[in-house]
Design a protein around this ligand. Structure first.
Ligand code: CA
Length: 334
């Protein structure tokens, strides 16, 4: 049955070979009444095998995913693939162009827009298409994130503790070969409507990451992302070759307690006293918020409430009350 969607494409998702084209989203605005947004998509299919849906640019200020996936989309040839690879390097294209987390077109966060709406705004229509057309085709849904402009993470593969044990075991096995020192089990502390949650509910093998951040495309982090994508493709039988194991043991960490997410108590400039990857202890000061207008007043201390590894910290100095400035993860058993 054909799915009702306003997004169209010239790509035949069932055809073998390599196709490059666009997802075309209706976008009527002040300077073009009849217009569409053209989101690049590459489909590479050959023989029988699983389908990987690989996504970057869900947030527009995270660049390792888009760059790694653009390079893959250019280089990958059908004869190398067993199965199908669907690559969308810049899912929230207007946001990637603008280098912003949210879409400048409708102000929406793509990673809060799921499952999306048939006749919603641009971001919502894209999410609806992903939910109803592309995700149902996929066995593996990969959504490559970093910390964006506002956060820096110790680069890690991430996952939710999904309720289905078998699905969790598959997701954990994939996260373990992504190739980062830490695999981070995270909790959603800032709203619903996430892309990975939608894919998890559909039973997919979901692969997500937090690769660095600060709004840059970091060369070391990019190398890890490219290796991770390749490792997953080999692990899932899409690509032949050797999985490249990093020279360190993988440690599973989790921030499952809301207290692991430390918010700024006041407006000001945030000074982190630790770098990501360092250990912090409950009751210890992890940072301070300096009130810029008042040198005669002491800074507001920011205290850790839990003990663990600082997995993420605020990247931007200027901080508002309620911004998460430190995320603390604890080592857990896999
Ligand atoms: Ca992100």
């Amino acid at each position: 049955m054909a799915v009702k969607t306003q997004v169209s494409t010239e790509i035949d998702l069932d055809r073998p070979g390599k196709q490059q084209g666009y997802l075309r989203v209706p976008y009527s605005h002040n300077l073009a009444g009849w217009a569409e947004l053209q989101i690049p998509i590459t489909v590479i299919a050959n023989g029988s095998g699983p389908t990987l849906l690989a996504i970057g640019g869900t947030h527009g200020d995270e660049f390792e995913g888009p760059v790694a996936l653009m390079k893959l989309a250019r280089a990958l040839q059908p004869e190398e693939v067993q199965g199908r690879v669907i690559i969308i390097p810049a899912l929230n294209l207007p946001a990637v162009r603008a280098g912003t987390r949210l879409s400048p077109v409708d102000g929406m966060n793509m990673n809060r827009a799921f499952p999306g709406e048939y006749n919603g705004s641009v971001t919502s229509m894209i999410a609806h298409y992903m939910t109803h057309v592309l995700m149902p085709l996929a066995d593996i849904v990969m959504d490559i994130h970093s910390g964006g402009r506002s956060m820096v993470f110790y680069p890690c593969a991430t996952l939710h503790r999904v309720p289905d044990d078998a699905q969790y075991a598959r997701m954990l096995a994939a996260a373990r070969i992504w190739g980062t020192r830490y695999v981070f089990i995270y909790t959603d502390v800032a709203g619903e409507g996430l892309l990975p949650v939608q894919a998890e509910r559909m039973g997919k093998l979901v692969v997500t990451t937090e690769m660095g951040g600060g709004g840059e495309c970091n060369p070391g982090v990019l190398r890890v992302a490219e290796r991770g994508i390749r490792n997953i493709m080999i692990q899932q039988g899409l690509l032949s070759g050797q999985i490249e194991v990093p020279p360190y043991e993988v440690t599973l960490v989790a921030a499952s307690d809301p207290a692991d997410y430390v918010a700024a108590p006041a407006d000001g400039v945030y000074e982190s006293l630790f770098e990501v990857g360092e250990e912090v202890r409950a009751g210890q000061m992890v940072g301070r918020v300096h009130p810029v207008e008042r040198c005669d007043r002491p800074p507001e201390p920011v205290m850790a409430r839990t003990t663990g590894i600082l997995i993420g910290r605020r990247a931007i100095g200027v901080t508002s009350q309620g911004d998460v400035v430190a995320t603390i993860a604890r080592v857990v058993e896999g």
